[in-house]
Design a protein around this ligand. Structure first.
Ligand code: HEC
Length: 168
């Protein structure tokens, strides 16, 4: 092959590579792809989010239809020295902010027990985006759950009683 031929092939290869990069950059990054949604669903399942944020999920061994996932649980409270917390409706949380704000929010979140905020803070960006995209396409956001009850007030419904954390 002549050196001209080689240069032509190299230039073509470069064009193809640039085309691929451009297509990725222009791709529907702000729109949920089915791969993002599937990954987000997987992360919700293995991340255990339904255990608290879906009413009845843990006690039924995970047998709650997906259309009721992540609507929160305003009945079962988590009572401890911090007061009584209720797992919020994550569809409403996601609907209340855009995707970029969600990334910042999830990274900085500090919440009362038993929310494992310290693990959510460590999710990488693409996983946080996938979670957000899954939650946003889940359907109607539904209602807010029972608000936090301070320690000096008695919660109305059933509670899981948590002990104080061990003293060092
Ligand atoms: C052991 C129970 C439990 C698990 C598991 C859990 N959460 Fe929570 N989560 C809570 C409770 C309770 C709160 C409310 C804490 C408070 O009132 O300060 C909360 C709060 C949150 C908040 C803050 C909402 C707001 O508006 O401030 C986000 C976001 C959240 N959880 C996301 C998740 C995600 C995502 C997962 C799965 C990776 C998850 N949680 C797993 C119990 C849980």
């Amino acid at each position: 092959m002549t050196s001209r031929g080689r240069i032509a092939i190299a230039v073509c290869a470069l064009c193809v590579a640039m085309g691929v990069v451009a297509a990725q950059a222009e791709g529907p990054r702000s729109k949920a792809s089915s791969a993002d949604v599937a990954r987000g669903r997987y992360l919700v399942v293995i991340g255990g989010c339904n255990d608290c944020h879906t009413a009845g999920y843990a006690p039924s061994g995970g047998h709650v239809p997906e259309d009721r996932w992540l609507l929160g649980d305003g009945v079962l409270g988590f009572k401890g020295p911090w007061g009584t917390t209720y797992a919020p409706n994550l569809r409403r949380v996601a609907a209340s902010m855009n995707e970029s704000d969600w990334i910042v929010f999830a990274r900085k979140l500090k919440a009362r027990p038993p929310m494992p905020w310290f693990t959510l803070n460590q999710w990488n960006e693409s996983d946080l985006r996938a979670l957000y995209r899954y939650v946003r396409q889940m359907g109607p956001p539904g209602d807010a759950v029972t608000p936090f009850v301070p320690p000096d007030q008695a919660p109305k419904g059933p509670v899981v009683q948590w002990p104080a954390p061990p003293q060092k």
